[in-house]
Design a protein around this ligand. Sequence first.
Ligand SMILES: [Zn+2]
Length: 169
Amino acid sequence: MPDLHYLADPAATELSMGVGDGLRLLRQHEYLVVCVTNQSGVERGLFSEATVHQIHRQLNERLRRYGASIDAFYHCPHTPEQGCECRKPGTALFLQAAEDWAVDFPTSAIIGDRSADVEAGTKLGLFTVLVPEVAHDDLVNQELAERHVRPDARVSTFGAAAAAVLRRG
Ligand SMILES: [Zn+2]
């Protein structure tokens, strides 16, 4: 998913390269697309829940131009210090989404840009695809080593991530 860390201005929401085309591809293959995101800026008082929802609506507006969309959003508003179960790599939001949408984990996949995404996906038995941002490459390598997790596939664009999911079937 596009990196929305501490992004408070919905008008500034940008789609990362290839996200629109990649999500359209998944939609064409009848994948349900769910976005699970950590938004600790809410608890830190940097922006409100309403802003989070506004950003999500804005994202879908931009995706529509690509014939793509996100079917559902789930976000954790907490800080790491709060020790909640919904902040990734916690799995609570994924379990909630699975219940809401009858998601079958073994035939599903997670595409994420951080080790927490890979870690959550591994716990749930999802096919894990890592797309680190170029600027975060070293940081992500360090996180993966520290957390002892390894993605099933590692690619450099969202389009390649979508292709990896489809190849896997
Ligand atoms: Zn949480």
